[in-house]
Design a protein around this ligand. Structure first.
Ligand SMILES: [Zn+2]
Length: 152
């Protein structure tokens, strides 16, 4: 590991700890040449999960895509970025636990909706309306009614 300050290769690890989400090991290092300190992260190499879409096309699961969908759904709701990131961590863990290289987009959509339903009813309906592509407004109202009766 090269020192970012002087380029020297020799350094010692002065502290090692697991990152907050447990997905990385954070190491504090000290350069043996210039004594300056820097931090490195070690990640487990993850095999990408492939999403199989309705029409059979495959695409790599993207945390960013899910995040932007969630952000849209959670707009102007009292939901912090932390909650969204935790949501994504949990979702990724769930997907890895399934242990399949390919997962149908349907399963992922249902998982997201189930989790979102626990967090915020409005965000849930917004997400569901996009995800399920409600054919007409009646479907949407029906969904909303079930939801309100559950939460009421
Ligand atoms: Zn150095």
């Amino acid at each position: 590991m090269k020192c970012p300050f002087c380029g020297e290769n020799d350094n010692k690890v002065i502290d090692s700890r697991l990152s907050k989400d447990g997905g990385a090991i954070r190491r504090r290092r000290e350069c043996l040449a210039c004594s300056r300190r820097f931090t490195t992260y070690e990640y487990i190499e993850e095999i990408p999960v492939m999403i199989v879409k309705k029409d059979g096309r495959r695409e790599v699961f993207s945390r960013e895509k899910v995040r932007s969908g969630l952000q849209k759904a959670c707009e102007k709701r009292n939901i912090s970025m932390n909650v969204i990131e935790e949501f994504l961590d949990e979702l990724e863990r769930d997907l890895r636990e399934i242990g399949e290289k390919e997962i149908s987009s349907h399963i992922i959509g249902e998982k997201i909706m189930a989790k979102l339903n626990e967090i915020d009813a409005v965000a849930y309906v917004r997400f569901a309306s996009v995800y399920r592509e409600f054919k007409d407004v009646n479907d949407f109202v029906a969904e909303l009614k079930t939801l309100l009766s559950k939460h009421g």
